[in-house]
Design a protein around this ligand. Structure first.
Ligand code: ADP
Ligand code: MG
Length: 393
């Protein structure tokens, strides 16, 4: 390992008194905004007490004494997540508590334990062997894609069943092992319980009520009394709308960008859709926006101005743009994928068609990148969708 990593490990062992008695730190495997993650060997791991991380098959083998003896010699690896001291105690508590609640959830990396030394907190998770997304996403067949999403939706189904929003679904937070076609969802640093910061958003009202509420409120808020103007107010006295925007640029659902105040678990399904778009278009990252406005414009270039206006109204917001290059109706996802993969025209300038399997994937993509959160497919339904069930056949 690199010298700087080795030094970092020594510094960590020195600052977290006692950690090296229980764990042998091996390498640094992740470094992010909120944490550093190390691979370590658990020196005191008792396989026979803690066998929750084994699948059933492996568990059964252990009934034989020979297997028990052999297995106990195998080193047990863990991932130690050192959460930066700059994170608020509430944030750290939230992450650990949600992980604890999700302990028995399928395809979610469970929390083994957590330690605190002074202001430093570490979470200990089973080490999950996986591959870097960048190394395989370009080579995935549609069959591989089905398996990947079967695993991801299994994780999301169990998280969503507990009314928890992950909020940061993206390739680096879903550790996937293509050989085993199995993955685990990690990083609940931004996760929250649904409904913790809900304020009424028109998107939850029936359509007719919504319409009257929106026209009234937009009118009431935009217009100064007695002043007839159809342009933007010069001194806008409206308080800006606040909503949870936590997540990663490029994976935020339209309703997050529009600041819907009643976001629900469907935001994670949108993010899964962005991963699927990445695989099909062979472009990572697919979106490059610098901020939320930019991100909205990127979506406008795909879905068109009309759809963006409609979904903004859904959340009681008005969408306007004076950029002429955006079309009203946008482009089909199929066309975008063909463009991204350089397949728009062949040598004879004939339009290239997609294969049937890929077309199926695009139809499924439409169910994930559905701009109206109420119509977007849920994880549970996604697992019953033919695109996913085919992985079993
Ligand atoms: P952060 O909040 O800093 O993003 P994560 O929980 O996402 O922290 O972990 C960062 C990285 O560390 C992951 O992208 C992954 O590469 C690695 N990692 C995290 N947990 C594990 C684990 N259980 N097994 C193997 N690698 C892990
Ligand atoms: Mg992460």
């Amino acid at each position: 390992i690199e010298e700087s990593v080795a030094e970092d490990i020594i510094r960590f062992e020195d600052s977290f008194v006692g950690i090296d008695k229980r764990y042998r730190l091996i390498n640094r495997i992740g470094e992010g905004t909120f944490s550093t993650v190390y691979k370590a060997e658990d020196l005191e791991y008792d396989r026979f007490e803690n066998n929750w991380d084994l699948d059933e098959r492996e568990n059964k083998k252990w009934t034989s004494p020979q297997h028990r003896r052999r297995a106990s010699k195998r080193p047990h690896y863990v991932a130690i997540k050192k959460i930066y001291v700059t994170s608020s105690p509430m944030r750290i508590f939230n992450e650990l508590e949600l992980l604890h609640d999700l302990k028995y959830s399928d395809a979610v990396c469970p929390l083994i334990t957590a330690f605190r030394h002074l202001d430093q907190v570490v979470a200990v998770l089973p080490y999950f062997q996986h591959r870097d997304f960048r190394d395989y996403y370009r080579d995935m067949t549609i069959a591989d894609v089905r398996l990947y999403f079967r695993s991801l939706f299994t994780a999301l189904r169990s998280v969503h069943a507990q009314k928890i929003l992950h909020r940061d679904v993206k390739p680096t937070n879903f550790l996937y092992n293509p050989e085993q076609a199995r993955g685990v969802l990690v990083d609940f640093g931004l996760a929250e319980r649904q409904g913790t910061d809900w304020h009424n958003c028109p998107c939850t009202l029936p359509a007719n009520e919504r319409r009257s509420r929106i026209t009234n409120s937009v009118w009431a808020q935009t217009m100064q009394p007695g002043v007839q103007t159809s342009s933007y107010p010069k001194n806008d006295v409206r308080s800006s709308r606040r909503a949870n925007r936590a997540g990663t640029r490029g994976f935020r659902a339209p309703e997050v960008l529009i600041k819907c105040t009643q976001q629900n678990t469907s935001i994670d399904m949108w993010a899964a859709g962005v991963i699927l778009l990445t695989m099909l278009s062979r472009r990572f990252p697919f979106f490059h926006s610098a901020d939320d406005i930019d991100a909205l414009l990127e979506l406008t270039s795909i879905f068109g101005k009309k759809k963006m206006r409609d979904i903004s109204l859904l959340h009681g917001q008005v969408f306007e743009t004076n950029i002429p290059s955006y079309s009203d109706n946008g482009h089909s996802l199929e066309k975008i994928i063909l463009w991204c993969t350089g397949r728009t025209k062949d040598e004879k300038q004939k339009k290239i068609e997609m294969g049937d399997e890929e077309k199926e994937a695009v139809q499924f993509l439409y169910r994930l990148m559905e701009c109206d959160p109420a119509k977007r497919i849920t994880a549970e339904d996604a697992l019953r969708h033919p695109f996913i069930t085919k992985a079993f056949e």
